[in-house]
Ligand binder design. Structure first.
Ligand code: ZN
Ligand code: ZN
Length: 888
């Protein structure tokens, strides 16, 4: 207490934040106790990739988690927030391969073992940086239990899961068309393919019937794949082509003879009604091929160049090959026509390379049986999404689920636990290398080269982190977890798969609630991204304003269920709020003096009206905040607290008790000290989940004893609603006074009245009752509004040279003569008006531009429209004020 009072220095987050975090860590406050009697509240962190240095999206994601976990810790739960990181197979390997390329070596030259050492060193170094950044933000994770997807325990879980699914027949190896990335030279899953619309062409190609002058025409968007055609297909009901079924055509250029088959898959209405069949390069053709026993001709190497099956085009890149082939087709008269065509192509989400559907041997998980309980969980309401509309996305994917290709042609990751006998070809799934082949007893055995998809370890995260497959105390206490907080991009890749794994291996859902938060956009509404360079470094913000400011600003800027728009100055909001709280606390504490006042009870019989009012506001706020937490509406909760702390407490209550605190009525002075201390303590508690550092610092001064953190705010308790004070009638009366004061302040600000000059106010009222209230509370507002006299009545007239404002049930006038320099004010307003009109015109032009309307994201346009309304409003107001000034 003495500390804060004597020095009177501004709050310095830099020294306070690191000091408090270390104190909390040393005391072990964040460690969940598996033997506690308290009910568990658990969150597992979405493990950041070791390639991802903290960005604002993570900052938002982790702030939300920390707020939820701190709120529950304060509310009496045994809170466990488990941190960790993901090895991020392909992303990490690619980075290290690039480093090697800079040194002029490839991973193959280095060899598997050496390469993995190299990746490991890099990954471990990076993950420590990333987790350190989360600590900087104040994340109250259980840092002694940090996990990594390649930890020994977690790797054991991966092997166990593979073997169990394999035994159950849910993992199989097969030749399938996979999405192949020729740049990274690995298969990728459907969910890693991003679809993009591009302008392309539809090429019509002529295939001659063998031994005839007749021909069939096929339209295609990937002409080079014709080099791998093994049939043409028509619909069996299509009367135009019935007579050709069973005959053969000659493949142009390569002059290979291929059959014409009839298959129901062919849509007679699409294109020419005849399709080419390339079983090795198209998933649908693959199926047709199987039905008709067609050959599979692969025309491509793994790097996307054409192979010997492509004849003279061998060695060319796939797109160069296309060009050459089209030239030749045209020259020889096979190309009938070329049409412009808008086409959706799949690209690899990480490197944006056009994905090539290619036939290859891969490992798959059969997903249908796993999806059933996961669908049921949603339908029965056991699993809930916030906001709810994401449940549709989840359900649609689950109900149309396809088998999951889990093998990756990489080195960095969990190597598939399957061994092949080099003599008889037997495949043996096993946790350790078998000594000999169970079939032929050969010892010539090699492990599968491929590793598992990264998500094959992260889908086990909610239980592997607690020691599964071991039946640990941690697992018993903290599984299932409570809520998963994540962004919408990984609902399929991660969230849905975790639900499936939870049911399959734990027999229970991994979490009951999924909180999907918005995507961070810059001040213009454009998504922040590395490639655009429009990101903001959260660590810069922490350096500048402190972690508390970063956290509360992010939450205040993120409307529930929407995307936040954030610019550099967005963080001033939080910084100013923290300073406001600090200054208010300092004032209250200074006035408490050295008197020992118990801030856990209230002197109820000595309270006066305004004390009742702030306590009523507080009870209402706590109730509403609790509701908001129940509904996962953290923005609503933050705003309620912001308004209560800033407006009700700082701007009103503290201002209104200043006279009491310096007055001579010692009993009333003590009551004012007591109530202000009582409310401050609760404000600090309520704000702690949002701004943990400054609240702990203040808490130590009012209730923490000697400031060494031995009594901490970490465990609350969260303020209870006592139910003694809620009084709507009283709040309504005070609301009238607030409206009046705000209106007077606005007029003063708009007209530039110096704060030192006191004014008079004339109030014309419609309702005499309102007049009574304004009379009764004059003493409450005269200083707040800097008013000497208030003339209130139903027949009040507008005095000369006065500014006015309308409020519900009343109109106010403030005579300005002698208060401002009217000439200077005319000039100032004129300038401001010009400026504003300019901006309005620019914005209107933008909104009238059809290109902009067609291409900008819908919410960007809608925010611009709101901005325009605001400009128009301000222009109108300024116009009015200026007209008034000109008329004097
Ligand atoms: Zn790629
Ligand atoms: Zn064998």
């Amino acid at each position: 207490m003495a500390e804060m009072r004597k020095k009177g220095k501004p709050y310095d987050p830099k020294q306070a934040e690191d000091r408090w975090f270390q104190t909390w860590l040393n005391a072990g406050y964040f460690e969940g106790d598996p033997h506690s009697d308290k009910k568990a509240y658990t969150i597992v962190i979405p493990p950041p990739n070791v390639t991802d240095i903290l960005h604002l999206g993570h900052a938002l994601n982790n702030t939300i988690q920390d707020i939820l976990i701190r709120y529950h810790r304060m509310s009496g739960y045994e809170a466990e927030w488990l941190p960790g990181s993901d090895h991020a197979g392909i992303a990490t390997q690619v980075i290290v391969e690039k480093q090697l390329a800079g040194e002029g070596i490839t991973r193959r030259e280095l060899g598997r073992e050496k390469f993995l050492e190299r990746v490991k060193a890099w990954a471990y170094h990076n993950k420590d940086i990333i987790l350190g950044q989360l600590r900087k933000m104040g994340c109250s994770c259980d840092w002694n239990r940090t996990r990594f997807t390649l930890d020994e325990n977690l790797s054991r879980a991966v092997t166990e899961v593979f073997l169990r699914l394999y035994k159950k027949g849910l993992i199989y190896r097969g030749s399938r068309i996979v999405n192949w990335c020729p740049l990274d030279q690995t298969s990728i899953s459907d969910d890693e393919v991003e679809h993009m619309e591009i302008d392309s062409h539809l090429w019509y190609i002529r295939y001659k019937l063998k031994g005839s002058d007749e021909y069939m025409i096929v339209a295609t968007t990937r002409p080079e794949t014709m080099l791998g055609d093994t049939a043409l297909a028509v619909n069996p009901t299509d009367t135009r082509f019935k007579k050709y079924v069973g005959k053969t055509v000659m493949l142009p250029i390569l002059e290979r003879e291929i059959p014409i088959v009839a298959d129901n898959f062919v849509d007679p209405e699409f294109g020419t009604g005849v399709v080419k069949v390339t079983p090795a390069h198209d998933p649908n053709d693959f199926e047709i091929g199987r039905r008709h026993d067609l050959a599979q001709v692969n025309i491509m190497n793994l790097d996307g160049t054409l192979n010997e099956n492509a004849g003279k085009y061998k060695g060319l890149d796939r797109f160069e090959g296309r060009k050459q082939l089209l030239k030749d087709l045209e020259a020889k008269g096979y190309l009938v026509k070329t049409e412009k065509y808008r086409l959706s192509v799949g690209v690899h989400d990480r490197c944006k390379t056009v994905v090539e559907p290619m036939l290859s041997e891969q490992w798959f998980v059969k997903m249908k049986p796993l999806a059933e309980p996961a669908i049921e969980a949603l339908k029965s309401g056991k699993l809930r999404f916030h906001p709810d509309h994401w449940s549709k996305t989840y359900l649609h994917w689950m109900e149309n689920i396809r088998d999951w290709c889990i093998s990756r042609q990489l080195w960095w990751g969990h190597r598939i636990p399957v061994y092949y006998c080099q003599d008889c070809g037997e495949a043996i799934a096993s946790a350790t290398a078998p000594e000999k082949c169970p079939k032929c007893e050969s010892t010539n055995i090699l492990q599968e080269e491929d590793v598992l998809d990264t998500w094959f370890s992260s889908w086990l995260w909610p239980f592997s982190v607690f020691g599964w497959p071991e039946e640990t105390d941690l697992l018993r206490k903290f599984y299932p977890t409570d809520v998963l907080v994540t962004a919408s991009e990984i609902i399929f890749l991660w969230v849905a798969r975790m639900v499936m794994a939870g049911y399959e291996f734990m027999g229970e859902i991994p979490f009951t609630d999924v909180y999907i938060h918005g995507t961070v956009r810059d001040a213009n509404g454009v998504k922040m991204s590395k490639s655009l360079g429009n990101g903001i470094d959260p660590l810069e913000i922490i350096k500048q304003h402190g972690a508390d400011a970063l956290r509360i600003s992010l939450i205040l800027a993120t409307p529930d269920g929407q995307d936040p728009w954030i610019g550099h100055n967005s963080f001033e909001l939080g910084r100013n709020f923290n300073n406001k709280i600090w200054n208010a606390a300092r004032f209250v504490i200074m006035n408490l003096g050295d008197d020992k006042i118990n801030l856990d009870y209230l002197p109820k019989d000595r309270l006066i009206l305004i004390d009742h009012w702030i306590l009523s506001r507080m009870e209402k706020t706590i109730k509403a905040v609790n509701h908001a937490f129940d509904d996962f509406k953290l923005n609503t909760a933050a705003k309620l607290l912001y308004d209560f702390a800033w407006k009700d407490f700082c701007d009103w209550y503290i201002e209104l008790i200043k006279a009491r605190l310096s007055g001579s009525d010692t009993e009333d002075k003590r009551t004012a000290q007591h109530v202000s201390g009582y409310v401050l303590k609760r404000i600090i508690l309520l704000l702690h989940p949002f701004i943990p550092f400054v609240t702990e610092e203040i808490y130590q001064q009012i209730d923490g004893g000697n400031g060494d953190g031995r009594r901490t705010i970490t465990f609350g308790p969260w303020p209870a609603v006592e139910g003694d004070f809620e009084d709507d009638e009283l709040e309504n009366r005070l609301a009238h006074i607030q409206t009046l004061v705000n209106a007077i302040r606005n007029v003063r600000a708009e007209m530039n009245v110096p704060p030192g000059k006191r004014a008079d106010v004339h109030v014309r009222i419609d309702d005499p009752q309102l007049g009574e209230i304004l009379d009764e509370y004059f003493n409450y507002y005269k200083n707040l509004a800097r008013i000497d006299n208030a003339i209130i009545g139903e027949r009040v007239k507008k005095p000369p040279m006065s500014a006015s404002a309308v409020l519900p049930g009343a109109e106010i006038f403030i005579p300005l003569e002698g208060l401002i320099d009217i000439d200077a004010e005319r000039k100032r307003l004129g300038k401001e008006l010009d400026n504003l009109k300019n901006q309005l015109e620019k914005l209107s032009r933008k909104l009238a531009n059809p290109d902009y309307l067609a291409n900008a994201p819908a919410d960007v346009v809608s925010r611009d429209k709101v901005k325009k309304l605001d400009f128009e409003d301000r222009v109108e107001k300024l116009n009015k004020n200026l007209e008034q000034l000109m008329s004097w």
